[in-house]
Design a protein around this ligand. Structure first.
Ligand SMILES: [Zn+2]
Length: 421
């Protein structure tokens, strides 16, 4: 109980207190260089390790415990304690390393009040490192949204302000993408359900919000794996497709672990309201006014947080200006994936593929092809239906056996949990 109360309120404070402003500088100059293609193929082969990381139970067997129950949280790392890497994920990581798919570059060091720093002689803007903290753009990572689109997302939830945010968007018949922190899901199951049941897209913002480039390969994998596992268990078996690095801190090594081991695409941003750092709504709204007056190409990929009444209220106050300035408000995950927000499902209300085939990634190294990072779903084969519960029984009737996805999608992602079933 103590931890629960503590973390709910402490995380945003830690976030705000420990994030140097420079790390959240706006990326509005659009001058980032594309350095080089990543090693290896990004096409998810049938033997891609993620296929076996989040298995489906024989015959579906999706009797996931109800979100918020002791059975649901049992087996997950206790918030505030070190997290370990289960053997299956360690093996998948080791296989990726052995295959040369994870660049062998040094970890950065967490240095208070400034950006993480690499060892002397290591250039964070070199093609080998390409740190997003230093505004180096890795081909295939997602920074911009399509022309005219306001790609909406909120980081650091679920938290108490999530409720107000979801209710507001529901009243406008809209949804957003929530980049969620694993421990916050454990501590705020009601708010998690509020977002998911409203049809919002759920994505990964790591387990405990560290600077990811400062971590070992094993710790990076644990941050991804546990968050994905918890989202998987809490959404009727959906496998998240996107992650956003806390503080925007990612590099070639971290994003390669995300992609090669877990099939996750890295999403950054091109406009930052700095909402987390403000003591009132006006400066945030001023930022929004400025962004919304900018040219429509590229579209706005905005960084906002659902951490306080201030951040949420500022968004609500600015919301009418999005349409009045000619922008098309869309959920980030929906718009950049052409409607397949998860690796094995179109969205929070549609059917989950039993086969769980993964979405293939582009083989090109261009960053301008964010729309083509996935094949569109063959809508004729799926019949989306709203879901109001996280229990798997409600999804059982909606199973599409993989027909939801295009033939480009490969492999089998069977279903149950490795450790918690
Ligand atoms: Zn964050």
């Amino acid at each position: 109980m103590f931890w629960s109360s503590f973390l709910v309120f402490a995380l945003p404070l830690v976030h705000a207190a420990s994030v140097p402003r420079t790390l959240h500088d706006s990326h509005d100059d659009h001058t980032h260089e594309v350095d080089q293609a990543l090693p290896g193929s990004w096409y998810q082969e049938p033997d891609h390790p993620v296929h076996s990381l989040f298995k489906r139970a024989p015959g579906d067997g999706t009797n996931y415990p109800a979100v918020g129950t002791p059975q649901w949280s049992a087996g997950f790392p206790v918030p505030g304690t070190p997290i370990t890497l289960p053997q299956a994920w360690a093996s998948a990581l080791n296989a990726a390393v052995a295959a040369g798919k994870i660049p062998n570059i040094p970890q950065s060091t967490n240095t208070p009040n400034t950006s993480p720093t690499y060892p002397q002689g290591v250039n964070p803007n070199s093609p080998e490192v390409c740190s997003a903290t230093y505004k180096c753009r890795i081909p295939g990572d997602i920074w911009d949204s399509p022309t005219g689109v306001f790609a909406s997302s909120f980081d650091d939830g679920p938290l108490p302000p999530t409720t107000q945010l979801v209710q507001f968007l529901q009243s406008n018949n809209l949804k957003t993408t929530h980049f969620m922190i694993g421990v916050n899901i454990l501590n705020n199951p009601t708010q998690f359900n509020t977002a998911f049941d409203a049809g919002h897209d759920i994505a990964v913002h790591t387990w405990s919000h560290p600077y990811m480039t400062t971590l070992s390969n094993q710790d990076v994998a644990a941050q991804f794996g546990w968050t994905m596992q918890l989202i998987h268990n809490s959404t009727g078996g959906r496998v998240p497709r996107y992650w956003r690095p806390p503080y925007g801190d990612s590099d070639m090594r971290v994003r390669s672990i995300a992609k090669e081991v877990f099939g996750l695409d890295t999403v950054v941003w091109n406009q930052d309201t700095l909402d987390w750092s403000q003591a009132s709504t006006q400066p945030i709204q001023d930022s929004m006014n400025r962004f919304l007056a900018m040219p429509k190409t590229p579209g706005v990929m905005i960084l906002e947080h659902e951490t306080s009444a201030i951040t949420v209220t500022a968004f609500i106050n600015s919301f009418p200006l999005i349409a009045s300035n000619g922008w098309n408000f869309r959920s980030l995950a929906e718009v950049i994936s052409n409607g397949t927000s998860y690796q094995n499902a179109a969205d929070s209300g549609s059917s989950v593929s039993l086969k769980g085939v993964l979405v293939s990634a582009p083989t090109s190294s261009t960053t301008s092809s964010i729309i083509s990072t996935s094949a569109p779903p063959t809508s004729a084969t799926s019949t989306p239906s709203p879901s109001k519960t996280n229990t798997a029984s409600s999804f059982r009737a909606n199973v599409s056996y993989g027909a939801l996805f295009s033939p480009l999608l490969v492999g089998t992602l069977s279903a149950v949990l490795l450790f918690l079933s």
